[in-house]
Write a protein that binds this ligand. Structure first.
Ligand SMILES: Cc1cc2nc3c(=O)[nH]c(=O)nc-3n(C[C@H](O)[C@H](O)[C@H](O)COP(=O)(O)O)c2cc1C
Length: 307
């Protein structure tokens, strides 16, 4: 049975629902040497900031049981470097590109969204906002933990771009539904859930934190149950288009997210374990859906059996 994998995220239609997560796939060119990136629904690129950033000092990655901690610190070439040298190469990959933006002020996000909209014409299909960043104007409070801050931020970016706008939520909150509603009220077309969970690891011999930054973001299979729970809660409360991610490695992992309410999924940490896994996932999901008697994957979205 041929399975229709196409999916819609608000105004954005993708040939299949498998994306790769920001920060785990570079800008696409790096991984195109080992994997057939054209088989992906889209590549979500590394977070961009206004100015180039070299990131945090090492060590900035630690392996944990069933996952990893990272404190990369948004290393990226900045918007000028992206537009000048990276985008011209990435747009030849033959896969839809989603730009991911990050900042420490509303102005940063507005500048990035405006420049991408005006200067990356035809190169990108959507903008994803990474809001797990401290807001310098609010004493370092992360945009993504305050519904009020987030709504204002998203509304300001919304006014700057007509590109599909996706807001990537932080799981480090008490009530993810409240934050999701604020992002939608600000004008988000879709939501991405989840970014990394704040964590840390200690070296018992030296008593030092294993990350130079002390804390970092936990990702990988360890976080999948948390991510699924959040996708489920947000879908039930909003019925908004969701990109689900957190520990996805297999077709069944991806289908769990779709059943819980995601219209698309992203592979993150697993790209480091098996760099070809994401590109192979659409075919594997189609095969699994056929086994389950599903001919259109979109029919499965949010069909969690709660009876
Ligand atoms: C090494 C690394 C770097 C990341 N960098 C970014 C980033 O720049 N921007 C962003 O929005 N998320 C970033 N993330 C978070 C991932 O995109 C994803 O939300 C998270 O890792 C959960 O998915 P996973 O368990 O499949 O990795 C990063 C994750 C890792 C592991």
């Amino acid at each position: 049975m041929a399975v229709d994998l196409s999916t819609r995220l608000g105004p954005l239609t993708l040939a299949n629902p498998v994306l790769v997560a920001s920060g785990t796939f570079g800008f696409g060119m790096e991984m195109s040497r080992v994997a057939d990136v054209r088989k992906l629904g889209a590549v979500v690129m590394k977070s961009l900031t206004v100015k180039p950033r070299s990131g945090n000092p090492p060590p900035r990655i630690v392996e944990t049981p069933a996952g990893m901690l990272n404190a990369i610190g948004l290393e990226n070439p900045g918007i000028d470097g992206f537009l000048r040298t990276i985008l011209p190469q990435a747009r030849n990959l033959g896969v839809p590109l989603v730009a991911n933006i990050a900042g420490s002020t509303v102005e940063d996000y507005v500048t990035l969204a405006g420049r991408l909209t005006r200067e990356a014409t035809g190169g990108i299909v959507a903008i994803e906002m990474n809001v797990s960043c401290p807001n310098v104007g609010a004493k370092g409070l992360h945009f993504g933990v305050s519904p009020e801050l987030l709504k204002g931020l998203v509304a300001a970016v919304r006014a700057e771009t007509k590109l599909p706008l996706v807001v990537k939520l932080s799981p480090n909150v008490t009530d993810v539904v409240e934050v999701a509603k604020a992002a939608l009220a600000g004008g988000a077309d879709a939501l991405t859930l989840i970014n990394t969970l704040l964590g840390m690891a200690v070296d018992v011999k030296t008593r030092r934190p294993k990350l130079a930054n002390i804390t970092g973001g936990l990702s990988g299979p360890a976080v999948k149950p948390v991510a699924l729970r959040m996708v489920h809660q947000v879908w039930q409360a909003t019925k908004a288009p969701i990109i689900g991610l957190g520990g996805i490695a297999t077709a069944d992992d991806a289908l769990e997210f779709i059943i819980a309410g995601a219209s698309a999924v992203s592979v993150g940490t697993w790209n480091f374990v098996e760099p070809t896994a994401a590109a192979e996932l659409p075919e594997k999901m189609a095969a699994r859906a056929a086994e389950l008697g599903i001919s259109r994957l979109s029919e499965l979205v949010g069909t969690l059996n709660l009876a």
